[in-house]
Ligand binder design. Structure first.
Ligand code: UD1
Ligand code: CA
Length: 475
């Protein structure tokens, strides 16, 4: 059971705290995935504040219970009583704002709970700085006697460094019985789930604690904690990849979403952000400063200072610097895409090249095509998107406009500076530019006719050898 109804006031956001992302995944989804990995068969989420957001990120596989007013963690769990009644096993309760707990720790805590006659087991940790957390108060023999919240703690209790992670295993009937008896007599006037511990002990039940690493228990209450936790989760992801053979040069400056897949011997340089369902094959070089989101990258491809979103790039391609590969682009192998080249919703065959300043949109490009510097597929007439088809081995000279729909057939040529409005036949050359005209001495004549156009000589004071000097002298 996961408590996810709170507003998270300290986050200072319009959104529910538990849908805020740490390392690319909503906080509450970290909890859900960990539970799934730990083997939870059924998950119940208590939702309230902006419940539609929480339901949307969690999907259909889990159950929801509404807590209309957020009257505290004890009140939250009480709303799920109908789910628990008549059950005799163990209920595991987690907060929706603590994303770092691992399946191993959850299983170990459940193991501990199952080995003995515990009424409850609390997962705890020694915090370097326990400020803000509930503390485990123990008696002289070291037995847990109760949990006290920071705000209700005495100065002596505030010195306790063992904190409540808010993760518990409860014997279900005992939980229900204790929940029925908690009150809101505390500084926050809330129904605290933590009060059930004291009640169980008072009833003569045994309460244990399972001590784990503080990092695993970190709760996220504000954006400073969100940043710190996000970094730690990202490091966990980076280390997983490094152990699997990916070379990450600097994991402090590399961000990898949890679902990304990266092949062995791929190197990731700093400043790289790999998001969404990106899949990178082996032996690639990604970065520095590249941004991939939902990109499928073939083996041996290098992506240098570039962006690739929802696209497929084949093997042994060279991308960048400053290339932008946009959604629905499918590039073959051995392709070169260079500086200030944008590709959108286009297919491109093996060995084709667009090395500089080119836009390819809504196009089908064959193999071994050369885009000269400054080629533009003009795919939009202000109303409709149109397609440009370019066959194999087509050579397009620099600064050409291909006004689509247009078809450049296999092995055709386009002269530099052309504006292509009609299809070019196979093996043909298209020259679509006006003939150059030379007017001898035209500039000198113009200057004589309109002396007002001349640059006044004082503009050139101190200058030597400006190209127009001789004109002024002649005058
Ligand atoms: C809680 C614990 C504290 C523990 C800390 C660990 C209590 C009283 N305190 O404090 O001992 O050290 O977690 O992180 O339980 N929620 C609801 N409904 C509510 C109130 C909260 O669903 O009415 C949910 C929140 O969305 C959140 C979780 O419960 O996911 C914890 O609530 P929060 O207010 O963050 O509790 P803490 O003050 O951190
Ligand atoms: Ca919290």
């Amino acid at each position: 059971m996961v408590m996810a109804a709170g507003e998270g006031k300290r986050m200072n956001s319009k959104h529910s705290k538990v849908v805020q992302k740490a390392a690319g995944k909503p906080l509450v989804c970290w909890v859900a995935d960990t539970l799934r990995e730990a083997g939870a068969l059924e998950q119940v989420y208590i939702v309230g504040f902006r419940q539609e957001e929480v339901r949307a990120v969690l999907g259909e596989d889990v159950a929801f219970v509404l807590q209309e007013q957020q009257l505290g963690t004890g009140h939250a769990v009480l709303q799920a009583a109908p789910f628990l009644e008549g059950r005799n096993g163990c209920t595991i309760i987690l907060p929706g704002d603590a994303p770092m707990i691992t399946p191993e720790t959850l299983r170990a805590a459940i193991d501990m709970f199952s080995r003995d006659e515990y009424g409850a087991v609390v997962v705890s940790a020694q915090a370097p700085d326990p400020t803000g957390y509930g503390r485990l108060v123990r008696d002289a023999e070291g037995n847990v006697v109760r949990i006290v919240e920071e705000r209700d703690a005495s100065d002596e209790e505030k010195k306790i460094r063992e904190i409540n992670s808010s993760i518990y295993c409860f014997r279900t009937p005992l939980l229900l019985s204790a929940l029925g008896r908690i009150d809101a007599k505390n500084s926050q006037k809330e129904y605290y789930l933590t009060d059930t511990i004291e009640i169980l002990i008072h009833d003569g039940h045994k309460v244990g604690s399972y001590l784990t690493d503080f990092d695993e228990t970190r709760g996220v209450n504000d954006r400073v904690e969100l940043e710190a936790t996000g970094k730690l989760l990202n490091q966990r992801i980076c280390k997983r990849h490094m152990r699997a053979g990916v070379q990450i040069i600097d994991m402090e400056r590399t961000w990898i979403d949890p679902i990304a897949v990266i092949g062995r011997d791929t190197t990731i340089y700093p400043g790289t952000i790999i998001r969404g369902e990106t899949v990178i094959a082996e032996d690639c070089i990604i970065g520095p400063d590249s941004h991939l989101d939902g990109a499928i990258i073939g083996e041996g491809t290098e992506i240098f200072q570039s962006t690739a979103i929802d696209c497929t790039i084949g093997k042994f391609c060279q991308i960048g610097p400053f290339s932008h590969i946009r959604p629905k682009s499918v590039l073959g192998s051995n392709i070169t895409i260079g500086a200030y080249v944008e590709i959108k919703n286009s297919k491109m065959g093996d060995f084709s090249r667009a090395r500089h300043l080119t836009y390819v949109g809504d196009s089908k490009v064959g193999r071994n095509v050369n885009f000269g510097c400054g080629t533009v597929t003009c795919n939009y007439d202000g109303q409709d998107k149109t397609t440009c088809i370019i066959g194999d081995n087509v050579f397009i000279g620099g600064n050409s406009n291909l006004i689509s729909p247009v078809h450049l057939h296999d092995n055709s040529y386009v002269a530099a500076g052309s504006t292509i409005t009609e299809d070019v036949p196979e093996l043909g050359l298209a020259i679509a530019r006006t003939h150059q005209v030379i007017k001898e001495n035209w500039v000198a004549q113009k200057n004589r006719l309109r002396s007002s156009d001349l640059i006044p000589p004082d503009r050139f004071r101190g200058y030597k050898g400006t190209p127009t000097d001789h004109m002024h002298k002649e005058e």
